[in-house]
Design a protein around this ligand. Structure first.
Ligand code: BV8
Length: 237
């Protein structure tokens, strides 16, 4: 089956790639649903990754992100990230990379034009926007940092549950799905929408790369049972 998918890669002029947390597992970043190390196991992202939780307990949610930021700062892109970046550099304009991941590892590996649907955990922004005052004053240090004039809080620049995805990025991702001849779906359980829905929008063939079954397997033309760092270098060499 991998030889078949490799031929699909060779033949496809437009390739879309949708990645999830499993893409970064071999870099040492826990996935959300891995029972042993996954963040779902130790924290309930349904509770923590929401504006409601942040407003209710800003320090707790800020600390959760600070712990994740520190962990991500210690890791590096794996050979799967590097294979995607190298392919995009060898074939400009042929591969569109769409990620649900907030760890920035695709960008650090050198992938161009990454469509980061859920934002970037290493950046933050003001909680209350649009801003009406104190635009000049730097936020006061704290957990989370806050504005000394109006009390506005800094928050991670990620998309929380029940928040809209960045409009332009998602529009470009939908277009890439609808125009592609091949979509590689790598390291995602296919549970979180609307990102997972892109795999069902794909015009072309869909190949899933995952060591476990996913919620999207029924939409696939091929399911490769394996890891991102093992399969991607073989498919994209
Ligand atoms: C929204 C940032 C409109 C924060 C994240 C239908 C339509 C629209 C919305 C919904 C819908 N149904 C439900 C919803 C609501 C909700 C949702 O999808 N809920 C789920 C839980 C049911 N969606 C939303 O709220 C989205 N917004 O819809 O806006 C709207 C507005 C108002 C009201 C309603 C709707 C926003 C979703 C974004 C949430 N933010 N991240 C943060 O990180 O703190 S999502 C989070 O989950 C991460 O980004 C993660 O990437 C993502 C998805 O999970 P996966 O990537 O798939 O990771 P997972 O752990 O699940 O799986 C890992 C996989 O890797 C496994 O399959 C494993 O086998 C595999 N694996 C392991 N090792 C490897 C591997 N694969 C390869 N190699 C390996 N080595």
């Amino acid at each position: 089956m991998i030889d078949q998918v490799r031929q699909w890669v060779v033949d496809a002029r437009r390739i879309a790639v949708l990645t999830g947390a499993g893409m970064s597992a071999e870099s040492g970043v826990p996935t959300f649903r891995d029972a042993q190390t996954g963040l779902w196991a130790r924290f309930d992202p349904q509770q923590l990754a929401t504006e409601e939780a942040f407003r209710a307990n800003p320090a707790l949610v800020w600390d959760w992100y600070a712990m994740r930021r520190a962990m991500i700062a210690e890791v590096a892109p794996n050979v799967g990230h590097v294979a995607l970046a190298a392919f995009a550099q060898r074939h400009p304009g042929r591969l569109t990379l769409i990620t649900q991941n907030v760890d920035g590892l695709h960008q650090r590996a050198g992938s161009p034009g990454v469509l980061a649907l859920h934002g970037n955990i290493m950046e933050d922004r003001w909680l209350d926007v649009p801003r009406t005052c104190c635009g000049t004053q730097a936020p006061l240090p704290g957990r989370p940092p806050k504005c000394g004039v109006c009390g506005n809080l800094r928050r991670p620049a990620v998309v929380w549950f029940c928040e809209m995805l960045p409009e332009q990025a998602f529009e470009e991702a939908e277009r890439a799905a609808r125009e592609c001849e091949l979509m590689l779906v790598v390291g995602t359980s296919g549970v979180v929408y609307p990102a997972a829905g892109l795999a069902r929008m794909a015009r072309g063939r869909v190949a899933i790369l995952n060591p476990e079954p996913t919620e999207l397997d029924d939409a696939a033309d091929a399911v490769l049972s394996g890891t991102a760092a093992t399969l991607l270098p073989q498919l994209l060499e």
